[in-house]
Structures are given as structure tokens and as C-alpha cells.
Design a binder for this molecule. Structure first.
Ligand code: UD1
Length: 431
């Protein structure tokens, strides 16, 4: 199993290209099931989750291919993937595949909408608290699906097709909004989604569905209206930049000090986190090619944050921010409101010298902590990268184990940081 070694204490300087968003690419790939025609996605990040989803889609009969390099493309240019779901050969998504990536559960919606049935294993994914699918199933039921749970599988049926309806989510759910959008696009009649997730990845999926011929209004707001159509076409779509990768590297630069251009990043996708970084004393500059992050000699100030659905501070940056705050010149608090039990990084950060105490959904972080390198491992994607950020500021070497978590969500992490001056390397194999 690969590990990553980080020697702390180097400042970062240079350019980090931001990849296409994992959390947009996954639902976009899944949307290919809705059409018999080819969906071509550009700027897809090179991530193990993308590869795994290609396999899962292949199992349903989707022909998925990665195009070769084009003239003028650099190593960092995202990949172009073509997905053709001419014939769906299997409407079952088995446990062995779905248990490895929670988002793959979302295939339930396009399979049901197009084929009238789907049998999809209940999901696994990141070990961050109980992550139920009750709201996802509620949404499908509102569109006329009959749902049963059988031996760990969700069996969804709509033999005469889905019909439009009103879906009022009692809680904002990104996955719920994605699957409601996909299902309603091929349902008969009009669907209204209330309390919809406003995440940019939801709007990106809607943009792509519109290119495929769907009739959707209001994506990106909390009320989305969809007029169902009988079929969808192929389309070309460019995946939007990854705001979580953007925020992660912004925090890395804030941590070490330095001056880095996050190439391709967009401030509007991450205003809340950039506002927080500015309050912490970091300079955030919008430039033509991206967002520049600067911290030269100024101290890091403590800031309290509460995670919230978009446009609030994202839960996917909570662990990274907590690592950063261990080095602020005062104490701070992080309130996690989206996921219970999303504090598993705390005990690993403690191994590096962080002093964090927990009280329910709040974490209290002591600033001015002296971090020292140690072997660490993490149980999920965002937690792993928080250990990398802490390692960048720790004295001595930090060894991050279970790097496969990082490979699920961060493309070429060690290369991107290494080129900006970080002392970071991947150590292959069992040692
Ligand atoms: C997506 C993101 C994930 C991010 C999360 C919140 C992808 C691939 N993943 O996950 O990175 O952390 O949004 O921004 O895009 N809930 C229920 N019942 C349900 C569904 C959700 O109670 O049926 C709850 C969840 O437990 C959680 C909250 O709703 O407390 C939000 O979850 P949701 O937005 O659905 O997260 P995901 O779509 O799984």
C-alpha cells in the first residue's frame, strides 16, 4: 500500500492547476444512463473514484472510453471521457461495487427513469457517520416509484414510467437533488423540487441535462422546476473546477505561508471559505487565470466556522480548516452541522501535536500548537488531506498511510504540492 512522506516547514510558491470537480464528474457520468446517445465529458479528473464508476457503469452496459491526449494538452489537462448507454443490459448494481463508493447508489435514478426498474445495493463509502438514503428514496416515491428493500438491495419499480410530482426535502441533500433532477427529467409531467441543494455541482448537472434536452429551471436556487421529456440526447460538457481541491490547496498555502496561483479556480464557487481565510489573515486575489493565495509573514488569526449547505462553509473543507487552525495565534471552534461523526481526523491530528477537544458536534481547537511529524492514517478522503496539511507545517517527517483515500479525490496531490516547493513524496508498496 502506498504512503506519502512529508517533510514539514517549506513555504509554497508557484502554480497549482485545479482539476475538474469529482463531485460534479460522478453525477454527470451517471447521467449518461439517461440517454441512448453519447455523452462526452471534458475536464474529468484522474481519480480512482472516476475509474471505479466507469466499471460500475460498464456493468450496466455503458460503453465508457477515455480519449487520448490532444495537441496542446498538458499533463494536468483533465481527461475526456465518452459514455454511450445505447443498450442497458443490467439494472442491478451489486454490493461489491456500490459498497466501495457511495455516490454510485445514484444510478438508481436514471436506471429507474429509463428502464422502469432498478435493483441497487445499499451504499457504503466514507465512514463518516450514518449516511442514510431515506430522502433519496422518498424523492423517487414522490415520482411514482414503488420501493422495497430486499436482502440489502433497494428494489425500485415504475413499470409505467415515472410521473412528475412535488418533492419537498426536509433537509438539504446534494445526492437527493441530483437523483431527483435525473429522474424528473424523464418523468411524465412537471416536478417541483423544494429545498433543493444549491451546490454548484447540482447546477453543473442541470446544465448538462439541459444540453441533453431536459427542461429544467432554477437549478442553483432552492426551488427547481423540471418539465419531463420522453427522451434525452447526447451532449458535450466541461466539468466545472473542483472547489474542494481549491479550498484544500488554499489552506495548504495559508498553513505554510507563500504565494500560489490556483489555476482555473473560481472564487464564486467558494466565497464562504475564501472569506474565512481572509478573516484568518490570508490574502485572496482573483486573477484572470484563477485565484492567488498569499501569506507572507503575517500571523494566522483564529476564526470560528460552522459547516452549512452551499453557499455556507463546506463540510468537505472542515478537516483541512481544523488542521490550519492548530497553527493560528489563538483558539477557535468548528461546528459540524452536516454529518455526525465527521471528526475522525481529530485523533490523528493529535498524533502530530494538535490539541483539539470535542463536545458533540463542536470541536475546540487550541492555537499555537507545535506540530511534529509522525506516522498517521485516516479513514476518509477529507480527513486524509487534513493530515497532509498538518504535515506541511510539522517539524520532521509525517508519513500518511492509506493513501488510497487521497487517490479517490485528489489528482496528483504530491506532484502539485511538490512542484510548489513542498518536500513530499509517494513511497510505493508495503514497507
Ligand atoms: C455530497 C458530496 C459530499 C459532501 C456532501 C455534503 C458527492 C459525491 N458527495 O454527499 O462530498 O460532503 O454532499 O455537502 O457529491 N441525508 C439523509 N437522508 C438521505 C440523504 C442524506 O438524512 O437520504 C443526510 C446526510 O446524512 C447528511 C445530509 O443529509 O447529514 C447531507 O447529505 P447529502 O447532501 O445527501 O450528502 P451526499 O450527497 O451523500
Amino acid at each position: 500500500m502506498d504512503r506519502i512522506r512529508i517533510g514539514g516547514g517549506r513555504r509554497l510558491e508557484g502554480i497549482i492547476p485545479i482539476s475538474g470537480a469529482k463531485n460534479a464528474a460522478l453525477p454527470l457520468m451517471i447521467a449518461s444512463i439517461l440517454s441512448r446517445e453519447t455523452l462526452t465529458l471534458h475536464n474529468v479528473p484522474r481519480l480512482s473514484d472516476v475509474r471505479l464508476l466507469m466499471r460500475i457503469l460498464g456493468n450496466h452496459g455503458v460503453d465508457a472510453a477515455i480519449s487520448g491526449k490532444r495537441i496542446g494538452q498538458s499533463e494536468e489537462s483533465g481527461e475526456t471521457i465518452t459514455l454511450s448507454a445505447r443498450d442497458i443490459v443490467d439494472t442491478t448494481a451489486p454490493y461489491e461495487l456500490v459498497s466501495r463508493m457511495r455516490a454510485s447508489f445514484w444510478v438508481v435514478a436514471p436506471l429507474l427513469a429509463r428502464m422502469g426498474e432498478a435493483r441497487v445495493s445499499l451504499p457504503g463509502g466514507c465512514a463518516i457517520g450514518t449516511r442514510p438514503v431515506d430522502l433519496l428514496l422518498m424523492a423517487l416515491e414522490k415520482l411514482g416509484a414503488q420501493i422495497e428493500i430486499d436482502a440489502g438491495y433497494v428494489v425500485a419499480k415504475a413499470p409505467r414510467g415515472l410521473r412528475g410530482g412535488e418533492i419537498d426535502f426536509p433537509k438539504v441533500t446534494v445526492g437527493g437533488t441530483h437523483i431527483a433532477l435525473m429522474a424528473a427529467s424523464l418523468a411524465r409531467g412537471t416536478t417541483v423540487i423544494k429545498n433543493a441543494a444549491r451546490e454548484p455541482e447540482v447546477a453543473d448537472l442541470a446544465d448538462c441535462l439541459i444540453k441533453m434536452g431536459a427542461r429544467i429551471e432554477g437549478a442553483g436556487t432552492s426551488e427547481i422546476v423540471i418539465d419531463g421529456v420522453s427522451r434525452l440526447d447526447g451532449a458535450h460538457h466541461h466539468v466545472l473546477p473542483d472547489r474542494i481541491e481549491t479550498g484544500t490547496y488554499a489552506m495548504a498555502v495559508a498553513m505554510t505561508g507563500g504565494n500560489v496561483l490556483l489555476e482555473g479556480a473560481r472564487r464564486d464557487l467558494l466565497s464562504s471559505a475564501f472569506d474565512v481565510l481572509e478573516k484568518a489573515g490570508v490574502t485572496v486575489l482573483e486573477e484572470k487565470n484563477g485565484v492567488r493565495i498569499i501569506r507572507e509573514g503575517t500571523p494566522l488569526l483564529p476564526v470560528d466556522v460552522t459547516t452549512e449547505p452551499f453557499p455556507g462553509f463546506p463540510t468537505d473543507l472542515q478537516a483541512q480548516f481544523m488542521a490550519l487552525m492548530t497553527r493560528a495565534n489563538g483558539d477557535s471552534m468548528v461546528h459540524e452541522t452536516i454529518f455526525e461523526n465527521r471528526f475522525m481526523h481529530v485523533q490523528e491530528l493529535a498524533r502530530l501535536g494538535a490539541r483539539i477537544s470535542l463536545d458533540g458536534d463542536k470541536a475546540f481547537i487550541k492555537g499555537n500548537s507545535r506540530l511534529t511529524g509522525a506516522p498517521v492514517m485516516a479513514t476518509d478522503l477529507r480527513a486524509s488531506v487534513s493530515l497532509v496539511i498538518a504535515g506541511l507545517a510539522a517539524e520532521g517527517d509525517t508519513l500518511v498511510n492509506r493513501v488510497y483515500h487521497l487517490d479517490r479525490g485528489f489528482e496528483a496531490l504530491e506532484k502539485k504540492l511538490g512542484r510548489c516547493g513542498a518536500d513530499i513524496e509517494r513511497i510505493s508498496g508495503e514497507k
